[in-house]
Design a protein around this ligand. Structure first.
Ligand SMILES: C[S@@+](CC[C@H](N)C(=O)[O-])C[C@H]1O[C@@H](n2cnc3c(N)ncnc32)[C@H](O)[C@@H]1O
Length: 908
């Protein structure tokens, strides 16, 4: 232990004074009372578990493995503390002003804190710290509604830790001001955090990461547990070297045992171990197909089409399940390789008769400790979307995921942990215990070419044909060291800054409106990961499970499709909107390759009332951020910055809604929220959010989501922008912003232009404007000048009617005497637009009069038709036409989806 660590432990010990303990006891008593109330237990997302187990897992008031009934009082206290801090620092809420912000969300993946407990996806705390420092001040309250392992809480607390802040490359001066180069960006000081997740396993990890502990006592207890378990179960991991019949034999210590599936040749009925026939142990390769050792038929587990190979059958066996006291049928597996140590030297051997005898002995005895035997997802067979036929044959219960030897050792460790007296220490011991539950289960694949001892396939519950049964002893020993490393940072934190609770974000009844200063969320994304299934093993050992009724996921077993997912996300965003203070920001981190899921998220955000101010995509190869202007670019991590308009704007807008004044009021406010100088990694870049076409989209969305008619056509809007605001490099600025922008250009040069993804008429027109408008760096051009580039950038969606360049030019631009096309002035543009609109609406009318699916069409015509119907409140036509469009088009086109959803909402 370093001196620094020792000092910290000292500090932690002082936390649990008798008064503190008495307070905690009182909270526990109150929580027990709440748990008896059926109305409390009926709250949406309330976990599955007995009162006793929920209480045992909780550490009220800071952690409750259920909705936290003490939150209102804690938030009130935090608000007071915040006021005091702000007064001291001279900060005023009315002066709060921040710009959207994006930073790499993978920074800090090697940190011991990040690695202490895995999760299916994780945003490292160091990455989140940059966001919190940017958007908040000391004492502010941060919220994460899908907190997973609680990295947002760790980040919030460590904003008060000078060393960690400096490790991000910032400088902290003697007044606690944090500098990024020559720019003061924030102040040193911890922020408070409320962490929320539907999963008890997730919040339990989050709690442990965020609550001080006497690390010394933890280490002592962990070592005591390990020693006791070793004493009782050490013999289970012994083997003879070189083998049991050798007269010179000595005892070795097993690292791991490889188990192989047994398959049957359907041609001759011969049985074979996968290990013997399909694995080249020397080269570390696994063959797709092989010859039956008896009849030479070409065999495979999953024969490729036309390969001529025959599919093997899995050998099954009936065995007595001692935990259930009944016979069960499961695939047969045999041990094929033992890797073991003599001193520090590693050896490998084929299991001999004593090894087999030892396994038999373990099988024949009763495990004298309690362990989880629940049916997977409380269902058994075919238990979820992670379930795979064949792979999970016969694996219906939690304990089936472990070899009996490891099950015994785990049950023993758990029983020892529960015998410890200090509740906080039990918590951390349980975290330590849970952190290896996957690595020492049958999910650990044996991969011959890979030296790393733990190879479970992340994000699934996949069991391979050759599993690696790792020894729990070294697994826990190694993890203990890693946890102590992480604790040396975590345990610096004082208590009471972070609350973790199990609650559904779709209904956060215990949090007051307008109470939070910043939200960072990394939501579940469609069908990417089935959290409640993946967390089931952990939760079974904790005795409290996710209630997945309101889990935001696309999942067949739960009967949830994209529409259900979207509805849940929208409910969550509506709650987030309610909780956030007006004028404040939310960052949504998004990673999913499906546009439809991204559109659901975007639609949910807008419907909830948020205004999106910036969308950035992380270019992983170059580690830079690009602005995402169309949804078609969504293949990587996206950072969405959205804000809740302040009360003044909403009030003023209500008075002027549907008028041109109302629209300009919004644009003015929105421009005020955007950064004046846009940099992409130190280089000035054009900000698409300030360009006419995106400002128009944002203005339209703001109206539609509030059920208000859009008062301006595109040309009128563009002309109005020119009159009211100042244009620079194709972007619009408030008069007060121009000087700063000009200064920046003088200092750093002109910004680089954005590249556009052109897939339809709308984006094609935007691209053409860029090419032809001198204000955007273009110039008048002939059709011939444009053709090659147009063909190169155009990537027409399959449902889109073919787009002729000449038609686009004729309908939107004018031609001079030299045959060059140019951007018309406002009056001419308006005339052109009117003619174009008429043509589009005529086309739309044809769609409304036809019947059946619309497979190839002009989406601009549908858009124009929807805008027109919405203005006339003809919601029925929007719905009818929308439902005839290909489903994926509707999901993937954010404009069409917005009109369809709004029409559905208003028709009811
Ligand atoms: C992408 S993960 C968050 C991971 C987290 N950022 C981390 O670093 O560990 C999404 C989380 O959303 C949770 N979740 C799903 N539906 C929810 C709901 N309705 N309310 C609250 N949490 C939910 C899942 O349990 C999962 O932990």
């Amino acid at each position: 232990m370093t001196e620094h660590q020792a000092e910290l432990y000292q500090q932690d010990n002082s936390e649990s004074s008798p008064e503190e303990q008495a307070k905690r006891d009182e909270y526990r008593r109150r929580l027990a009372e709440y748990l008896k109330d059926p109305a409390f237990r009926a709250i949406e997302g309330f976990p599955i578990g007995t009162d006793e187990d929920i209480l045992a897992l909780s550490d009220p008031p800071y952690y409750t493995a259920c909705p936290n009934p003490f939150l209102p009082e804690i938030i009130e206290q935090w608000q007071q503390e915040r006021e005091e801090i702000r007064q001291k620092l001279g900060l005023k809420d009315e002066k709060y002003q921040r710009e959207p912000f994006a930073a790499d969300v993978s920074e800090g993946k090697n940190d011991p804190i990040y690695n202490a407990h895995t999760y299916h996806t994780k945003v490292p705390h160091k990455a989140i710290m940059r966001y919190i420092l940017h958007y908040t001040d000391p004492g502010d309250i941060v919220f994460d509604g899908f907190c997973g392992t609680g990295m947002t809480g760790v980040a919030a607390q460590l904003c008060g830790d000078k060393k960690t802040v400096e490790s991000l490359g910032y400088r902290v001066d003697e007044n606690g001001v944090i500098w990024d180069g020559d720019k003061a960006i924030s102040r040193l000081g911890a922020r408070k955090a409320v962490l929320n997740d539907l999963s008890p396993a997730a919040t339990f990890i989050a709690y442990n990461y965020n609550t001080p502990v006497d690390a010394h006592a933890f280490e002592r207890e962990a070592r005591r547990v390990l020693a006791e378990v070793e004493q009782e179960c050490g013999w289970m991991y012994e083997t003879w070297h070189p083998h049991c019949d050798d007269p010179q034999r000595v005892k070795g210590r097993i690292n791991y045992t490889v188990w192989s599936d047994i398959y049957i040749c359907p041609q001759c009925g011969a049985e074979m171990a996968f290990w013997d026939v399909a694995v080249n142990q020397e080269k570390g390769e696994i063959h797709e197909s092989w010859n039956c050792p008896t009849c030479a038929t070409v065999l495979s587990k999953s024969p490729a089409k036309d390969s001529g190979a025959v599919r093997v059958e899995r050998a099954m066996e009936t065995r007595f399940d001692r935990e259930l006291k009944q016979s069960i049928r499961q695939p047969r597996q045999i041990p094929v390789l033992i890797n073991y140590l003599i001193g520090k030297k590693r050896f490998e051997k084929k299991p001999d008769k004593d090894d087999i005898g030892l396994l038999q002995r373990i099988d024949d005895e009763e495990i004298p400790y309690s362990l989880p035997v629940e049916l997977m997802m409380f269902k058994g067979e075919n238990w979820g979307d992670s379930w795979r036929a064949g792979v999970h044959a016969g694996l219906t219960r939690v304990h089936h995921f472990y070899t009996r030897r490891n099950l015994w050792i785990l049950a023993k460790i758990k029983s020892r942990i529960l015998a410890v007296l200090d509740e906080r220490i039990i918590g951390l011991l349980n975290l330590w215990f849970n952190s290896q539950l996957v690595n020492i289960s049958k999910l650990n694949r044996y991969r011959p070419g890979v030296s790393f001892p733990y190879n479970p396939l992340s994000g699934t519950l996949y069991i391979s044909s050759q599993t690696c049964e790792s020894t729990p002893f070294s697994a826990y020993e190694n993890k203990l060291r890693k946890l102590l490393d992480a604790l040396s940072v975590i345990s610096q934190q004082k208590a009471s800054r972070v609350i973790s609770q199990v609650h559904s974000s779709t209904y956060l009844n215990n949090l007051p409106s307008n109470s939070l200063d910043y939200l960072f969320v990394d939501p579940p994304f469609g069908a990417n990961l089935m959290y409640s299934e993946l967390n089931f093993l952990w939760e079974s050992w904790l005795g409290v499970w996710t209630n997945n009724q309101s889990e935001a996921v696309v999942n067949k077993t739960q009967n949830k499709e994209l529409a259900e997912y979207q509805m849940l996300m929208e409910q969550a965003f509506s709650e987030f909107y309610r909780l956030l203070k007006p004028g404040r920001w939310m960052t949504v981190e998004f990673h999913n390759s499906q546009n439809s899921v991204w559109n659901s998220i975007q639609e949910g955000l807008l419907r909830a009332g948020f205004v999106i101010a910036d969308v950035r995509v992380l270019d992983k190869q170059q580690e830079t951020f690009k602005q995402a202007t169309t949804t078609a670019a969504v293949k990587q991590d996206l950072i969405i910055s959205a804000y809740k308009p302040n009360g003044n704007l909403e009030e003023r807008f209500k008075l002027k809604a549907g008028t041109e004044d109302g629209a300009w009021e919004f644009v003015r406010y929105h421009l005020g929220k955007l950064p004046v100088v846009n940099e992409a990694n130190g280089v000035p870049a054009v900000n698409a959010e300030r360009q006419a076409f995106l400002l128009f989209d944002r203005m339209v969305a703001f109206h539609i989501q509030r059920g208000v008619m859009v008062p301006l056509s595109a040309p009128d809007f563009y002309a109005g922008l020119e009159q009211r605001f100042t244009r620079r490099d194709g972007m619009y600025f408030l008069p007060a912003q121009v000087a700063e922008y000009d200064r920046a250009v003088l200092d750093s040069g002109k910004p680089t232009q954005l590249s556009l993804f052109v897939s339809d008429e709308k984006t094609a027109i935007t691209w053409l404007r860029q090419q032809l408008d001198p204000a955007s760096g273009g110039e008048p051009k002939t059709q011939g000048d444009l053709t090659n580039d147009f063909n190169r950038v155009m990537n027409r969606a399959k449902h889109e009617q073919p787009l002729e360049l000449i038609e686009l030019l004729k309908q939107n631009f004018l031609q001079d005497e030299d045959g060059k096309w140019y951007v018309p002035d406002h009056n001419k543009a308006s005339d052109l637009e009117k003619v174009r609109q008429r043509a589009l609406l005529k086309e739309f009318k044809e769609y409304t009069e036809s019947s059946g699916r619309l497979r190839v069409f002009r989406s601009e015509a549908v858009r124009a038709g929807f805008t027109d119907c919405f203005r006339r409140q003809d919601y029925e036509t929007i719905i009818k036409v929308a439902e005839r469009l290909p489903e994926d088009v509707l999901r993937e086109d954010p404009d069409l989806l917005m009109y369809y959803d709004s029409a559905l909402l208003r028709k009811k």
